[in-house]
Design a protein around this ligand. Structure first.
Ligand code: K1U
Ligand code: ZN
Length: 178
């Protein structure tokens, strides 16, 4: 297994539409295992293949406290969305440290394939619903701040840039004090 580098916003790969998976082989299973390890290590509750620079339609999700309930969704599609909308705070491993409220349907049904190509369906609510919608957006080149108004998005991007500058400064100071 291997930890994979996570592509950081505004890398243009995050804005690309991912291609459907057509071959269900050992290489796909290895990528899913590496993505899961990367997600657990980050730590995060989801990760899309797009975020590790692979433009294929696969995501991994585990929202359990114990980190023992891994879902791998290949070629996922939302087949129904509730009319009810809920606003939840979201984060993203490609925009670390940034948290913003996003409005999305409260409940969704997702159809996907597993690593053998078998179809399954998931009814999602609460954090699973938010996470599934967030991860599926990544496969369509959408990041969570794209759901904000232009003004809020520019403020969020500025906040992220400021945070990155501060972090770089802190790391430089740490290196110089060594
Ligand atoms: O797609 C990603 O970058 C993963 C993202 C998923 C997500 C989180 C919250 C709302 C919507 C989507 C993350 O996991 S960000 C990290 C995070 O929020 C978290 C980390 C550890 C435990 C719980 C949450
Ligand atoms: Zn994300």
């Amino acid at each position: 297994m291997a930890l994979l580098p996570i592509v950081q916003y505004p890398d243009p790969r995050l804005a690309a539409k991912a291609e459907p998976v057509v071959v269900f082989d050992d290489a796909l299973r290895q990528l899913a295992a590496d993505m899961a390890e990367t997600m657990y290590e980050a730590p995060g509750v989801g990760l899309a293949a797009t975020q590790v620079g692979k433009l294929i339609r696969m995501v991994v999700i585990d929202i359990s406290e114990e980190k023992n309930d891994l879902h791998v969704l290949v070629n996922p599609e939302i087949t129904s969305r509730s009319e009810e909308i809920k606003e939840c705070e979201e984060g993203c491993l490609s925009l670390p440290g940034l948290y913003e409220k996003v409005k999305r349907p409260s409940f969704v049904t997702v159809k996907a394939q597993d690593l053998k190509g078998e179809f399954f369906e998931m009814q999602c609510d609460e954090l699973m619903s938010v996470c599934v919608q967030h991860e599926l957006d990544h496969l369509d080149g959408i990041v969570f701040i794209d759901h904000l108004s232009q003004l809020k998005k520019s403020r969020a991007a500025a906040k992220l840039a400021k945070r990155r500058k501060e972090k770089a400064r802190e790391e430089k100071a740490k290196r110089e004090n060594r």
